[in-house]
Ligand binder design. Structure first.
Ligand SMILES: C[C@](O)(CO)[C@H](O)COP(=O)(O)OP(=O)(O)OC[C@H]1O[C@@H](n2ccc(N)nc2=O)[C@H](O)[C@@H]1O
Ligand SMILES: Nc1ncnc2c1ncn2[C@@H]1O[C@H](COP(=O)(O)OP(=O)(O)OP(=O)(O)O)[C@@H](O)[C@H]1O
Length: 311
């Protein structure tokens, strides 16, 4: 008897940078109230899903050795939670190809979780709406809803409540990947500690920044980038100060720690400028490696295998 080989589903999901990350007070549930403006970047993870006899996870690519392949992986949680909701067993092999730095403050695990939700929705023909997927996403992590949403968005609550933000033009970035990662909860704790000592000053509101996005003006946007977690990330990894200085010296319009760090994101005037900055920065010896990226791009989405030459 002929057995039919199941077709895999391939999903691509973007990294994010927080253009504005205003951290409010610590809530009783252990999260901080946020006002953040996210932008999804062309740096991506790819997640391939295929029916299997049991739930298994394989990881390859950027930093794969540091990613667990058991129930600690956010993808495991995404698959089991979705399967439970729809009353089936998560019998699927999931292969994650990492392009997003691990523990880099760019929502790599969240991208994979969002990709898994989108991928299983397709593989199992569930027809769940984006809103239904977003509800499950918010149970998995604060950044997961944005990884689904993509584009540019204003995030409130713990970052999971999203409103789309108008953005004109493409923005060009250089990302400086650090040696080693930072733990997100530790960075938030460090900010609370610094605030307990009366420092550092808080960034203001996001109105002007959103206007600069709507105008598509990168010079204006550069002047308005802000991240309350930056002081905490710099306190835990002081060498990032050199990285931020080196990006500016290399010709970037502005540099910022991405989310909880330690990746530093540099906004550049154009695609050509980003290539020049990346070349100079990689020669400066202030980071593990550099990447060029553009944003905004869309959220987690299924890739047509034929469109990439796979039949
Ligand atoms: C730094 C950011 O990437 C900015 O977008 C996010 O706030 C982090 O989002 P995430 O990695 O999805 O984080 P979660 O998995 O939801 O939370 C991990 C931990 O980070 C801290 N956390 C996270 C989000 C938030 N609004 N306040 C917090 O204090 C909490 O200690 C929490 O236990
Ligand atoms: N699919 C995954 N990819 C990467 N890390 C994962 C994954 N699942 C679990 N982890 C664990 O989570 C930790 C943080 O990973 P991740 O790459 O998501 O951090 P991050 O990009 O800093 O997240 P964020 O920006 O959302 O705070 C890693 O150290 C790793 O052990």
């Amino acid at each position: 008897m002929l057995s039919v080989v199941p077709r895999p589903v391939l999903v691509r999901a973007p990294a994010k940078v927080n253009l504005h990350l205003a951290v409010g007070d610590l809530r009783p549930d252990g999260y901080h109230e946020l006002t953040t403006v996210f932008q999804a970047l062309s740096l991506c993870d790819e997640v391939e899903l295929v029916p299997a006899k049991a739930l298994t996870i394989k990881v390859r690519g950027e930093g794969a050795r540091d990613v667990p392949t058991d129930r600690r992986n956010l993808v495991w949680k995404a698959a089991t939670r979705l399967a439970h909701k729809v009353g089936r067993d998560p019998l699927v092999e999931i292969v994650i190809d990492k392009g997003i730095p691990v523990a880099g403050g760019m929502a790599g695990g969240s991208a994979d979780a969002a990709a898994t939700l989108v991928g299983l929705n397709a593989l199992w023909h569930l027809d769940l709406t984006r809103d239904e997927l977003a509800d499950i996403a918010s149970e998995l992590g604060s950044d997961v809803p944005f990884s689904l949403h993509g584009g540019s968005a204003l995030g409130t609550g713990r970052g999971e409540k999203l409103l789309p933000v108008l953005s004109r033009n493409t923005f060009h970035w250089v990302l400086a990947l650090a040696k080693g990662g930072l733990s997100t909860p530790e960075v938030y704790r460090e900010l609370d500690r610094l605030r307990g000592q009366g420092q550092p000053p808080r960034i203001g509101d996001a109105q002007k920044l959103m206007q600069s996005l709507a105008a598509g003006d990168s010079a204006q946007l550069a002047a308005l980038l802000g991240n309350d977690l930056q002081a905490a990330a710099l306190s835990l990894k002081p060498e990032l100060r050199r990285t931020l200085r080196a990006g500016i010296n290399a010709g970037a319009l502005a540099g910022i720690v991405s989310g909880s760090g330690p990746t530093c994101a540099f906004l550049c005037e154009s695609a050509d400028a980003a290539i020049e900055v990346s070349t100079e920065l990689s020669g400066a010896g202030v980071c593990r490696s550099v990447r060029v990226a553009a944003g905004p791009v869309g959220g987690a989405k299924v890739i047509d295998l034929e469109s990439i030459g796979r039949t």
